[in-house]
Design a protein around this ligand. Sequence first.
Ligand code: ZN
Ligand code: ZN
Length: 234
Amino acid sequence: MSPTLIIPVIEAWTNIYTSLQSSPYSSCQIFENKGAAVGCSNPHPHCQVWTTSHIPHEPLEEFHSLLQYRQTRQSCMLCDYAALELQKKERIVTQKGMWVAVCPYWAIWPFEVLLLPTRHVSSLPDLSKQEVADLAEILSAVTIRYDNLFKCSFPYSMGIHQAPLRIPDGEQFDKAISHIHFHFYPVLLRSPTVRKFLAGYIEFLVSLLIVDLRCCVSRNAISLRNKRQIDFVY
Ligand SMILES: [Zn+2]
Ligand SMILES: [Zn+2]
């Protein structure tokens, strides 16, 4: 999709998130599924918004880690991480304005991308108009690279992690601890028909996720970085 078409999508995400601020729920998880490989029956990215009265495990662990980091280093872990990736320039896929897309070194999925701002922004309504326009540009740039990589309509799940709607009782963090970011979890491994499965002893039976060493994160970042031409239309 072109950035022009993505801007209204970001505005819709923002409006939904804002409208839920007065709700009794704690968490609003916005995500997009694309492709039959991730169970999507539509040809286009399919958005869903799930709200829950608790904060689900993964974002809750992230808030706990951000709080621990702030207490020990008086800084934001994701602000520092974005700065580190910009300094190393090993895993950057693309940049636009304050946004940077990287293949994080802890990636589990092949061609996994973390998209985050270098400015500390907690949630979608905190973005300026220019930052929304730049976000639309980089979302388009990342997904075009995915399509160009194996010359197919590249399947993925993408989710937005941002500030909770409410802080559950007993938690020590505040909404400002959040540093908005986007997780892209693609499922293809080596080609349009060879996908990665989370299965068997390691992933299912003992919940121990591993990095596939055949999928070097830095090499995958370079592969995506070099797929910037709009040369494939599915
Ligand atoms: Zn931050
Ligand atoms: Zn996250």
